[in-house]
Ligand binder design. Structure first.
Ligand code: ADP
Length: 502
């Protein structure tokens, strides 16, 4: 993890991903932390310091919330054509910076070429689809039983939305947390992860600002490692912040929900997953192995949707296991900037130590290693374990890295029962030659997202992304964001006086 530096911070006028100091972005301007503190942002691959970052606190968060509150009336009333143009311009600006942004994602978060492209393409589509939201109908007329009454339900932006995003898909998830709420007419304060202040925050500020977003409509507050709580608490406590969305672990989400309850603040929570990939005996073996390899190891397993457990029906188990383990063992591991690399570094030493500890514990309890199983710092090679006992931490908690559990089952229905025993319910997938059985299994899975004949790592800006059970509340997805980030107002109007009984 990063260590905090006491060096005073200087705002240089740029907070972006091209080097130097990364400041807060408040009211259209880059700013140092008011306390003057900063911390070094380190590359997980080289360990080099990429630059100093403003180490913000509640005071900085309050400044950002005030700016967002002041900007709300102007932004929410801007004509749709003007709002639309800003998002379209932002999409073009991001596309024009693809190579530089991909390099920044690799340097800051260890993100490889493929997943960098996934994030950039998602973000460009997010901006272009958000541009359409400007012309989305904002309500409906409703029939009333009172003669002479016209009733309508009108959607209104809520005001300031607080957005808390993780490092793992820093660009895409910082964008998903902010762009939908903004496009609906809200203003935003984004708190990126301490691991990704540039690609998860400053970069969005640069692009949106250059695209013409009015000052104060989008703000970013960064903070040192271990100090997220102060910024998060300020967002939850401010009466100007009407919604908070959070993407991260179930443990942190639960803490935020407890605090939000005290303030009666509505949250959208996108939390951990323990996602199953179920392979039926009639599946095409080559496709099933390809899907499981991608689903378990894309972005070195650091995606909340990654397959954490692969269940294979017994008749296919031997053939599947041999091919899956051999493919996993051969995945190129190392420098995220090398296009051939599949498994790059994990985000930090703490994450590497956790993977190592959980794998060792599972093995000590009787698990067998079919591939990988030993760290190669700063990477953890693709690892396949089987016979992992239920009491192992690996079997119970989300383990954010390239480690997957393989289990042989008599039937896919047994796999569904085992998967549903988890408290988590984010994503799942089923691979079978029988699409009708696939849909039956999908309906039985307690998961917010199920893909039949695909692996679980999928997202599109307009889809209803979200989990059930302890994987979260609410949905991202531009087509559904209005439910989360608008208030519905019932308005009636009468054209004649109403006859009252007294
Ligand atoms: P991950 O394991 O993906 O890093 P976390 O839940 O720790 O998951 O982090 C996700 C986001 O939540 C990051 O932006 C992090 O800084 C933030 N975060 C962590 N702790 C808190 C907290 N107590 N209050 C608000 N945000 C927090």
């Amino acid at each position: 993890m990063h260590s905090e530096s006491a060096r005073p911070a200087q705002a240089t006028g740029t907070g972006g991903p091209t080097g130097g100091f990364t400041g807060h972005f408040i009211d259209g301007e880059w700013a140092a932390a008011r306390s003057g503190r900063s911390y070094p942002n380190r590359s997980p691959w080289t360990g080099e310091v990429l630059g100093e970052v403003a180490a913000g606190d509640a005071d900085d968060a309050d400044r950002a919330v005030d700016a967002a509150h002041r900007a709300f009336p102007g932004w929410s009333r801007l004509p749709p054509a003007e709002r639309q143009q800003i998002f379209l311009r932002a999409a073009d600006l991001l596309l024009a910076r693809r190579a530089e942004v991909a390099a920044a994602l690799a340097a800051e978060t260890g993100c490889g070429r493929h997943f960098g492209d996934v994030q950039i393409d998602f973000s460009v589509r997010l901006l272009r689809q958000a541009a359409q939201l400007a012309y989305r109908p904002t309500g409906e007329l409703l029939p009333s039983d009172l003669p002479g009454t016209q009733a309508m339900a009108v959607r209104r932006p809520v005001g300031v939305v607080g957005a808390i995003a993780p490092w793992n898909s820093s660009l895409a998830l910082g964008g998903r947390a902010s762009i939908g709420p903004l496009a609906l007419g809200n203003t935003v304060v984004l708190k990126p992860s301490e691991e990704s202040p540039r690609t998860g925050g400053a970069l969005w500020a640069e692009i949106l600002h250059e695209a013409g977003l009015p000052a104060g409509a989008f703000n970013v507050v960064t903070h040192a490692p271990g100090e997220a709580g102060a910024v998060g608490d300020a967002l939850l406590a401010s009466p100007h912040v009407k919604r908070v969305n959070f993407t991260g672990s179930t443990a942190t989400g639960r803490r935020l929900a407890e605090k939000a309850g005290r303030h009666l603040k509505r949250l959208v929570l996108q939390l951990s997953g323990q996602n199953p990939l179920i392979v039926a005996a009639d599946a095409d073996l080559g496709h099933a192995v390809d899907a499981a390899i991608y689903g378990a190891f894309v972005h070195q397993g650091q995606v909340c949707m990654c397959a954490r457990r692969v269940y294979v029906e017994r008749p296919l188990a031997d053939a599947f296991t041999a091919r899956f383990a051999a493919r996993a063992a051969a995945l190129p591991t190392g420098d995220p900037a090398d296009p051939a690399t599949v498994v790059g570094p994990v985000i930090n030493e703490w994450a590497l130590a956790l993977l190592d500890r959980r794998v060792k514990e599972a093995v000590a309890l009787g698990a067998r290693v079919l591939a990988g199983g030993h760290p190669r710092p700063p990477c953890y090679p693709a690892t396949v374990l089987t016979d992992v006992p239920a009491e192992a931490e690996l079997a119970q908690a989300e383990t954010f890295g390239p480690v997957v559990i393989l289990e042989v089952v008599d039937t896919a229905e047994d796999a569904v029962a085992r998967a549903n025993a988890s408290d988590l319910g984010l994503a799942a997938s089923v691979i079978t030659a029988d699409p009708r059985r696939g849909l039956r299994l999908a309906a039985a899975l307690e998961a917010g997202i199920v893909h039949v004949n695909d692996q679980p790592v999928n997202d599109e800006p307009h889809m209803p992304f979200g989990g059930v059970k302890d994987s979260g509340w609410g949905r991202f997805g531009l087509g559904f964001a209005a439910e989360e980030f608008c208030d519905l107002q019932w308005i009636t109007t009468r054209d004649t006086p109403r006859p009252y009984p007294f």
